[in-house]
Ligand binder design. Structure first.
Ligand code: H2B
Length: 100
């Protein structure tokens, strides 16, 4: 089983991900991305999908026109899922792909 992050490790990791918000209910992180238009948003999602598949760690997400909302949590972590190092690594990759 994949370990969930300790409170300390989580705080340190989130300090490096200022655009992501922690959701204590799901032990997940969420970020909304705003793109220029739908095609740009879908292209961004395609890049994220390929990066996610490469590391076998996949986002929960939704798209409304130029907005992409991404939730990261690890279903295989802990008893009921939770935030793991895999989510932190994928969040950093996603931020880099978005380009900010
Ligand atoms: N993605 C996410 N977000 N959490 C997981 O626990 C997870 C995943 N597990 N992608 C992977 C796939 C697992 O189901 C496969 C069998 O490796």
């Amino acid at each position: 089983m994949i370990p969930v992050l300790t409170t300390e490790d989580r705080a340190a990791a989130l300090a490096a991900l200022p655009q992501w918000t922690y959701d204590p209910v799901r032990d997940s992180i969420v970020r909304e991305f705003r793109c220029a238009d739908f095609v740009t948003a879908f292209g961004f999602m395609t890049s994220v999908a390929l990066a996610a598949e490469k590391v076998d760690h996949h986002p929960e997400w939704s798209n409304v026109y130029n907005r992409v909302t991404i939730v990261l949590t690890t279903h295989d972590a802990g008893d009921n899922g939770g935030l793991s190092g895999r989510d932190i690594a994928l969040a950093k990759t996603i931020d880099a792909l978005f380009g900010d």
